[in-house]
Design a protein around this ligand. Structure first.
Ligand code: ATP
Length: 363
């Protein structure tokens, strides 16, 4: 059985660096317990690195990521650091395209002990995952905007292959979640098929894939209606699948439902590589203050262990992922810590310490 795992670590900028320390500590605490060794290879990339070197994502970093078993990513980009066309330095997008990380997996759930902005008691039942297509859609236009005399034109790309593989990914994920949770699997497609030909194609492919998974309930909604429904009744959804730009926007919306960006982990998965990062950005407004909530980073680290565990048939890693999840649940449910995001007074260090102590206490 594999005993050594190589992890490419890209802390990036702002609070990305701060929450990466939390991931480092939890992996350290985990490896001793389960008898594996995580080799963390810290690599340069990001807006600050661009300022210092003129390169946002060095080739050497890409090569090291390619060779690693998994990639752990903090956050990158600073508002005042811009490329020649005025856009921010966002190497995470380059990594998605370079490694064909087509499935952006963004799970959210409410944690006992932490309030949500929704008044309904049903909000305690929120447990859904947004699957965002991450290699085409409107983001295809990045770096390709066409300047014409009357303005700039950005094109959305929806391909047969790209749509089919993300829909299949969503149905398989729904099956796995249903097994784990002992409930009916459901996938809801989010599009704008009433307006765009590209989205009409997307929906027809979704429906074709759905017909191959008769045990999974499948339905579709327009993205505008979904923005409403996600606030009115998010507890009714299980797996959502959507185009890149819609997914970008709805990811932040669903994070808000459970209290803020610091609670939203994510994975960017391809057929060969997996990158794991909190769904939040570099949060320049709180960077350097120690106030960043590391929960999203810790849960993303758990997602990495689960993914690695399945990939290498290593049950120790799957158990470790569950252990991190339980420890996070415990520290909030018991009221030991409350993040600044929730009006509390506990920052990155205190929350990380509490989660590690909860893991240790489990024996
Ligand atoms: P990006 O465009 O890079 O995704 P963004 O503009 O959406 O970033 P974030 O950096 O995610 O912005 O921050 C949005 C808000 O959420 C900010 O007020 C920030 O302070 C807060 N925030 C983000 N992450 C955390 C965290 N881990 N802990 C506490 N607050 C956070």
């Amino acid at each position: 059985m594999k005993t050594d795992y190589q992890i490419a670590v890209l802390p990036g900028d702002g609070i990305g660096r701060e929450v990466m320390t939390a991931a480092d500590h939890i992996l350290d605490a985990t490896q001793a317990r389960i008898g594996v060794k995580f080799h963390l290879n810290y690599l340069p990339a990001g807006a600050q690195h661009y300022l210092e070197s003129g390169v946002a994502l060095p080739d050497s970093t890409l090569t090291a990521c390619d060779r690693a078993d998994a990639i752990l990513f903090g956050a990158m980009g600073l508002p005042h650091v811009r490329g020649a066309d005025g856009t921010e330095i966002i190497p995470q997008l380059d990594l998605r395209f370079h490694f064909d990380l087509y499935a952006g997996v963004r799970p959210i759930r409410t944690f006992q002990g932490l309030h949500t902005p929704l008044a309904s008691p049903k909000a305690s039942e929120i447990d859904l995952v947004l699957v965002r297509e991450s290699t085409e859609g409107l983001f295809y236009a990045r770096g390709r905007g066409e300047t014409r005399p009357d303005g700039v034109y950005d094109t959305m790309q929806i391909t047969h292959k790209g749509t089919r593989r993300i829909c299949e990914f969503a149905f398989k994920l729904a099956e796995q979640r249903a097994l784990k949770r002992n409930r009916q699997a459901r996938v809801t497609n989010v599009d704008k098929a009433n307006v765009f030909a590209s989205m009409a194609l997307w929906r027809s492919i979704f429906e074709d894939v759905a017909s191959k998974y008769p045990k999974v309930s499948a339905d579709s909604a327009y993205v505008d209606a979904m923005a409403l429904n996600l606030v009115m009744k998010p507890w009714t959804y299980d797996v959502l699948v959507t185009e890149n730009m819609f997914g970008d926007i709805l990811s932040d919306l669903i994070a808000a439902l459970v209290g803020g960006m610091g609670m939203a982990p994510s994975a960017d998965l391809g057929d060969k590589h997996g990158l794991f990062q909190p769904a939040h950005g570099t949060a320049p407004d709180i960077a350097g203050e120690g106030k960043a909530n590391p929960t999203a980073m810790l849960l993303s680290t758990g997602m990495m262990l689960e993914w690695l565990g399945h990939r290498h048939a290593d049950a120790r890693l799957i158990d470790a992922a569950a252990m991190i999840d339980e420890a996070v649940e415990h520290v909030f449910a018991s009221g030991q810590v409350r993040p600044f995001e929730f009006g509390g007074g506990h920052g990155t260090v205190e929350i990380t310490r509490a989660v590690i102590a909860a893991m240790k206490a489990k024996g």
